[in-house]
Design a binder for this molecule. Structure first.
Ligand code: PMV
Length: 338
């Protein structure tokens, strides 16, 4: 049996930045994301005679930078869930390798679904749930591989609530994909690997004098963001997105060690976007991941116009485009009967 899982990446509107407890992947704060329709990881798994993981066509081992997270997560799933069978796993991203787009959210979500699917013989999300693997439970498992991967189990706009104790963390869809037709235009200013991993940066945040101030204002921002999303109010959502992204990077820059993910082109794109907004009244706003590539969020009916303007201003940068995604899919592939 060959199980294929297709899991989307997501972009955080309210950022997960800092862990309260690293062993339990308990975040310092709630986060909120948009699921991306067109940036996905596809992972196939089947029971085999020995474990094997292939990522983007290359066999990876436990010691590899690329393979380390996947192997650790496979080991975790096996011991935590009590499965014994070895798995042959192969995984590919549909976004260009080295596009500077974090693949851990989609990658670890797809690995969780494919592995549990193969072990339990489940070829759909419904079958997984029949085996006791509800979306909630799968989110919790995926998030142990990479926190943001827990949000990739859901479509639309997704909350990861920290709760009062690590055991109370939860992932939920707050609004479905068709609630608001938004587009994320990712300007690839640098395709390189990030200098400081997010694992290291989550720990470094606690050493920033700005971190406590950030945490104290987040509940209010979360409320305002949810209200803006519900009302489909870009004029209200946009400034919140930008403030949130800049604040996360301010914490990163003042942590220990300091992490500066931004480059000159990041500021150029941001300055350009502000100008576009004031001169051409295109309501589009940026957010940032732990990297130098601005994610520009706008209503999909303004995306073509923004795309032309971007191409004109930055002809040398690739722009990846994604709408709001529906969430993951699990299915049976290969020679096994349906
Ligand atoms: O899931 P991680 O450990 O790679 O951390 C993700 C951190 C950000 O992408 C910057 C923010 C987020 O909430 O996704």
């Amino acid at each position: 049996m060959h199980i294929e899982a297709v899991a989307p990446s997501n972009i955080a509107f309210l950022k997960y930045w800092g862990k309260r407890d690293a062993a339990q992947q308990w975040p310092a704060n709630d986060s909120l994301s948009m699921t991306l329709s067109s940036l996905v990881t596809t992972t196939r798994a089947q029971v085999a005679t020995s474990d094997q993981i292939t990522i983007n066509g290359s066999l990876v081992s436990r010691g590899d930078i690329l393979g380390n997270k996947a192997w650790r997560h496979l080991d975790y799933l096996r011991s935590n869930e009590g499965f014994k069978a070895p798995l042959e796993i192969s995984s590919t991203n549909n976004f260009p390798h080295g596009a500077g787009i974090a693949s851990s959210a989609s990658g670890l979500a797809a690995l969780t679904l494919a592995a549990i699917g193969a072990w339990t013989g489940s070829s759909s999300m419904d079958m997984l749930a029949e085996h006791g693997y509800t979306r909630e439970r799968l989110s919790r498992l995926a998030h142990m591989g990479s926190g943001s991967a827990g949000r990739s189990l859901w479509g639309g706009f997704v909350s990861w609530l920290a709760g009062a104790r690590a055991e109370e963390q939860s992932f939920t869809q707050v609004l479905p994909a068709d609630h608001w037709d938004l587009t994320d235009m990712i300007v690839v200013t640098d395709a390189g690997e990030k200098s400081i991993s997010s694992t290291e940066a989550h720990a470094a945040a606690w050493h920033s004098p700005l971190f406590a101030i950030r945490l104290s204002g987040l509940a209010q921002r979360q409320e305002q963001m949810l209200a803006a999303l519900k009302a489909r109010d870009m004029a209200a959502l946009g400034p919140l997105l930008e403030q949130e992204a800049l604040e996360m990077h301010a914490v990163a820059m003042t942590g220990k060690p300091q992490a500066n993910y931004l480059n000159k082109a990041t500021s150029d794109v941001i300055a350009w976007l502000r100008q576009v907004r004031s001169q051409k009244t295109v309501p589009a706003y940026f957010t940032l991941d732990a990297g130098p590539n601005p994610h520009i969020i706008c209503a999909t009916d303004r995306a073509a116009e923004l795309g032309y303007l971007l191409k004109d201003a930055f002809p040398h940068f690739t722009v990846l485009q994604s709408q709001v995604g529906q969430g993951p899919v699990v299915r049976l592939v290969g020679d096994s009967p349906r």
